[in-house]
Design a protein around this ligand. Structure first.
Ligand SMILES: C[S@@+](CC[C@H](N)C(=O)[O-])C[C@H]1O[C@@H](n2cnc3c(N)ncnc32)[C@H](O)[C@@H]1O
Length: 294
């Protein structure tokens, strides 16, 4: 009898442990699964990969920066590393060169920057064109908070929004800039959808400039979807870049495409000898003007 008791107790003990441990393991794994799903959803939120996680300084910190410090460091927060202030300005200006906008910097226009981040690119546009006003959108609320700190809010309206569904009426903008943001979408279908949004919000005759890398590069440091130059062919805009280059040195003109955008010019950035320019290209297009009714 004495020998039986401990056995029975041991048995009760195992079953007590089992009934406690199994539910704990089940609850913990369910919790882990939920946390994992939330992280994945955050990671690919709104059809796009998270760019700024929680690695930005607070608006209070950036607010202390002097004008020169903003010139020196703001673009680095967008991971445009390795530029001097003059090189970054040159980088911005090269990206919009195809529209020949810089010929008269006193013109008045309304622009949209898609994926404005902390506002480094827009800050230069607003500096170079003192009569320009605009809107900037980005998926990341913490980046938008910083942009609100550094940009003149009487000239630019900033919103958390997705480029796949731009919160603006048709024909709202004279120019649209997408510096380094289009390639963060998850698929070429999304790229085409974004292009149709760009075309929708542009005024007829309005200009578009997009810069991107045609290849996969680093994990988080750069664009993660390969956007081949052929995306600009007849199924998207008007004609292939390569054909255009061969047939017309200036690269201007072209027929109509499903997005009503005409290819204007394509800049290869390799030759600029600037950091971040390797393999990158910038493309500019114009939305077709409405044809006059006969
Ligand atoms: C390389 S940063 C460029 C920032 C800014 N354009 C500049 O040049 O200073 C890319 C930005 O695109 C934003 N982005 C990515 N996907 C987006 C989307 N679907 N809609 C809006 N913004 C997006 C990211 O959050 C990030 O701020």
């Amino acid at each position: 009898m004495m020998l039986m008791r401990p056995k029975a107790r041991k048995c009760q003990c195992i079953s007590a442990t089992t009934t406690t441990v199994i539910p704990v393991i089940t609850i913990s794994s369910s919790l882990l699964a939920v946390i994992f799903i939330i992280i994945i959803q955050e990671y690919i939120s709104n059809g796009s990969r998270r760019w700024f996680a929680d690695d930005l300084p607070s608006p209070q910190v950036v607010n202390q920066w002097t004008y020169d410090e903003l010139d020196q460091h703001l673009h680095e927060l967008s991971r445009w590393n390795g530029f001097s202030p003059a090189q970054f300005r040159s980088f911005v200006e090269h990206q919009i060169k195809g529209l020949a906008l810089l010929k008269s910097t006193d013109q008045k226009f309304r622009f949209l920057e898609v994926g404005i981040g902390v506002g480094a690119f827009a800050r230069h546009i607003l500096k170079v064109f003192p009569n320009a006003t605009g809107m900037g959108i980005d998926l990341e609320a913490n980046a938008i908070s910083l942009a609100q700190t550094v940009l003149p809010l009487d000239r630019i309206h900033l919103l958390v929004a997705n480029m796949l569904s731009i919160p603006a009426l048709d024909s709202s903008f004279d120019y649209l800039f997408a510096p380094g943001s289009l390639c963060y979408l998850n698929s070429h279908n999304d790229v085409l959808l974004a292009l149709s949004e760009f075309s929708r919000v542009l005024k007829p005759g309005g200009g578009l400039c997009v810069s991107m890398l045609p290849s996969l590069t680093s994990d988080m440091g750069s664009c993660n979807i390969r956007i081949p130059k052929s995306i600009w062919n007849s199924t998207t805009t008007t004609t292939t870049v390569e054909k255009k280059k061969k047939s017309n040195k200036s690269g201007r003109g072209g027929g109509g495409g499903i997005f009503g955008l005409q290819l204007v010019a394509m800049e290869e950035m390799d030759s600029w000898d600037l950091p971040h320019s390797m393999g990158r290209y910038s493309i500019c297009a114009r939305k077709e003007k409405e044809k006059k009714k006969m």
